[in-house]
Each structure stands twice: as C-alpha cells, then as structure tokens.
Design a protein around this ligand. Structure first.
Ligand code: NI
Length: 172
C-alpha cells in the first residue's frame, strides 16, 4: 500500500469516465489499499475515487467516521439503485478542487450496490453525510466534480479559485 499523489484540476483524468472492474482480485485490493492510505494521509479526506490518483477504474474508498460506518467502505463498481426525491445539502470540498467549499444539494438517501474488497456483492442504504459522500465519489467515477452541481456562475468562480490554488500547490 502506498500514499499516492492526488490529481487536481485541470487534470483531464478527473473528467474521464472510469471503467468497471471485472472482479475484485489482488490488484484491485491493492488499489483499494492505496486509496485508503492516500485518503488517510490527507486530514480532510473522507472519500477518494480512483480517478483522483490517475487510475481510471471504478473503485473508491470512503470513511466518514464511526457515526455512519464501523470500518472504511471499499467499493468497486458502485451503482446507485435508489435515490430519494427529498434532498439535503452539505458544504462539500474535494481534494482535487483545492481549498474550495460550497453548498451542494443532493438526494437525502441513496441505496448503493457494489462489490466489496472480497468481490462480494453488497448493498447499503446511505443517509446524511455518508449519502452525500458516496454520491460525490460515484460522480468522480463518471468524470463529474461537485462544482458541476453549482450554478454556472458559482461553478466558474469556484473553478477559477481552485485552479489558482492548485497552481500554487504545484509550485510549493
Ligand atoms: Ni472529490
């Protein structure tokens, strides 16, 4: 397992749809481990998708804490099979959109089907912060960033600020 570099805007891999994995084998388990290690390295990381470390496969890691989950969630091929019409909003940030935080509205509850780290099909119902996080991470696998849920003007401003922040981080 390793801590890898997290890609930031405007890297096109963040805008590319990731491909499904055939099965969760040793290689995908290693990828899940890398995602977890890299996410934990970042103080504010509660979720990370493979695109963010430059791997275009449908794999993600989530850890929003003990209120919602006993252990980190590792998912391959996650699929939203139900989304409530009720929405909620959270202030979202993203390690790939550095130093920006904006309110995002999303369905309040989602049911997600995925393959776990043992290649077993699982389903969870997510609410609260976990619901927001799993939707944010699945968006990544589809090349979508949270700023895409903002108004056109807010998206433009947020992305412009994120690009400046990413550039400054690269120069460090
Ligand atoms: Ni993100």
């Amino acid at each position: 397992m390793a801590v890898l570099k997290i890609l930031a805007v405007p890297d096109q891999r963040l805008r590319t749809k990731a491909l499904p994995v055939e099965k969760v084998d040793g290689r995908i388990q290693d990828l899940m481990g890398d995602l977890l290690d890299t996410m934990k390295w970042e103080d504010q990381g509660i979720g990370l998708a493979a695109n963010q470390i430059g791997v275009l496969e449908r794999v993600l890691a989530i850890d929003v804490g003990p209120e919602y989950q006993k252990a980190p969630l590792l998912m391959a091929n996650p699929e939203i099979i139900f989304a409530s019409s009720d929405e909620q909003h959270f202030q979202e940030g993203c390690l790939s959109v550095p130093e920006q935080y904006e309110d995002v509205w999303r369905p309040k509850e989602v049911r997600v089907r995925y393959l776990d780290e043992h290649n077993k099909s699982q389903e969870i119902t997510a609410t609260g912060l976990l619901a927001a996080c799993v939707q944010h991470e699945i968006d990544h696998l589809n090349g979508i960033l949270y700023v895409d849920h903002l108004s056109a003007l807010r998206r433009k401003l947020t992305l412009a600020r994120a690009l400046r922040a990413a550039e400054a981080l690269r120069r460090k």
